[in-house]
Design a protein around this ligand. Structure first.
Ligand code: HEC
Length: 426
């Protein structure tokens, strides 16, 4: 289904928040960079420059102001003015921090007193994992060599996990350990001996998670987990593409596990919703909209949202149409979709949507196939659905767990009570 409504979401501006009287690098700016930027902007990561010292930062001052004021850095693109507002893994800057950086740049980006400089932040290997050090790491046994030129490759590699007992997963993260530039995306899944007779449909097994450039970690709340059985093999489904230079690539899956013997109360699932296969995006068109719908068979508690589109992706929103259609609620919108950043937005405990059985999840995807889209490789093409970057997609990965009717009622009541309590205390 397609319609051509206008795209109306307003981008974020900064309000009248004041910065400190006098802003210096050592006192005010360095602490922000340490906390919010250096995890990526330091030597030997995929970010374009290091932002550790004043000398490294100073030449980028103007560009830094531009990127933080536009809220393009740090990467965090979910609209916090629409739907769920609080996220567990929110890495965005506060209005105050943005005002501080802007003022520092506007007043000539002074260094300040070296004595004010906080000690350098220490990084170790665990910083490479957004979720902290994994309990189990599974990696491709040998690097894949991607030629300088060639067609895109889609391959499956099955790797033994080495797990000798049943365990429950609390966190999943996949990342390239080598040649990240050629790794377009990776999906991981679990294969077991016992699911061998599923008729061959389920080639890849039970879905674990999806990695694409810029992806962080999927972490489930305490009490929710996914079973991984002893002897499980991990299937890596890789989409690799050549970048003009022969490149060795490898990827690792990291799992955070609940303690031995622990059985979580809720079984967590991650799946894709609303991926319209009837995409038909005209050449040179902007604000092209498609809609897709999925119905929840049982009550559910939604844990996260991760939209997936390609180069023409402009915005991706998910709303809940409650049974009977009397109530419609916007849940999440990534109103400035960025193909370079496949982020998962983890809902805060108190705001995880509680949805009754029969709720329809409605995905709304917007595309910009005009020359104004700087990521558009060719605006003169009509675009349809497909796996390649030059085709399009429009869905979201969501994590959730199902509730019984009883649990659903209890959780809705508990949330109401908590809200009444907070409202009363103000
Ligand atoms: C998750 C990793 C990550 C974090 C955190 C991050 N950046 Fe970046 N940054 C990148 C990457 C990768 C690029 C290049 C691609 C892009 O622009 O998306 C980039 C680009 C930039 C650029 C543009 C560089 C150019 O070539 O023009 C600036 C400026 C910048 N970042 C500043 C910051 C600042 C300031 C912060 C913290 C407030 C920050 N970044 C946080 C990864 C990150």
């Amino acid at each position: 289904m397609r319609s051509k409504l206008c795209f109306l979401f307003v981008s974020v501006g900064i309000t009248a928040i004041s910065a400190p009287e006098q802003v210096t690098f050592t006192k005010d700016v360095a602490p922000i960079l340490q906390e919010r930027c250096q995890v990526c902007h330091r030597p030997d990561t995929f970010a374009p420059m290091s932002l550790l010292t004043y000398e490294e930062v100073r030449p980028w001052a103007k560009s830094i102001k531009q990127k933080v004021v536009a809220r393009e850095m740090p990467p965090w693109y979910v609209d916090k003015n629409v739907g769920v507002r609080h996220f567990k893994n929110d890495v965005s800057l506060t209005d105050q921090e943005i005002a501080t950086i802007a003022k520092w740049v506007d007043t000539g980006a002074p260094k300040g007193d070296p004595k004010d400089l906080p000690p350098a932040r220490k990084f170790d290997d665990t910083d490479q994992w957004h979720m902290g050090a994994p309990d189990l790491i599974v990696q491709l046994p040998k690097d894949r060599i991607i030629p300088a030129k060639g067609a895109d490759q889609w391959i499956d590699v099955l790797v033994d996990s080495g797990l000798t007992e049943d365990r429950y997963i609390q966190g999943i993260e996949v990342k390239p350990t080598k040649g990240f530039k050629v790794v377009h995306h990776v999906t991981t899944s679990m294969k077991n001996e016992d699911d061998a007779d599923d008729g061959g449909d389920n080639v890849q097994g039970i879905f674990l998670n999806e990695y694409a450039l810029g992806k962080n970690a999927d972490v489930f709340p305490d009490g929710a987990g996914r079973l991984i059985k002893a002897g499980t093999k991990i299937n890596f489904n890789l989409h690799l593409h050549s970048v003009g230079q022969e490149t060795a690539a490898n990827v690792a899956l990291g799992l955070k596990l609940y303690p031995k013997g622990y059985v979580p109360r809720y079984a967590e699932t991650t799946e894709k919703v609303g991926d319209p296969k009837d995409l038909d995006i005209p050449a040179n068109a902007d604000n092209v909209r498609f809609d897709a719908y999925n119905t929840l068979a049982k009550p559910a508690r939604l844990l996260s949202f991760q939209p997936h589109m390609h180069n023409r992706g402009k915005a991706s929103c998910m709303e809940a149409i409650y049974p009977g259609g009397h109530k419609v609620e916007m849940l999440s919108c990534v109103s400035r979709y960025q193909f370079a950043w496949h982020l998962v937005y983890l809902y805060d405990e108190d705001e995880q949507p509680l949805l009754p059985a029969g709720t329809v999840l409605h995905m709304i995807s917007w595309y910009n196939n005009s020359p104004e889209n700087k990521f558009n490789p060719d605006p003169d093409n009509t675009i349809t659905y497909g796996q390649r970057t030059v085709d399009e997609m429009g869905g979201a990965w969501i994590s959730y767990y199902n509730l019984t009717e009883e649990e659903y009622k209890q959780q809705v009541a508990a949330r109401k009570a908590k809200l009444a309590l907070t409202a009363g205390s103000e």
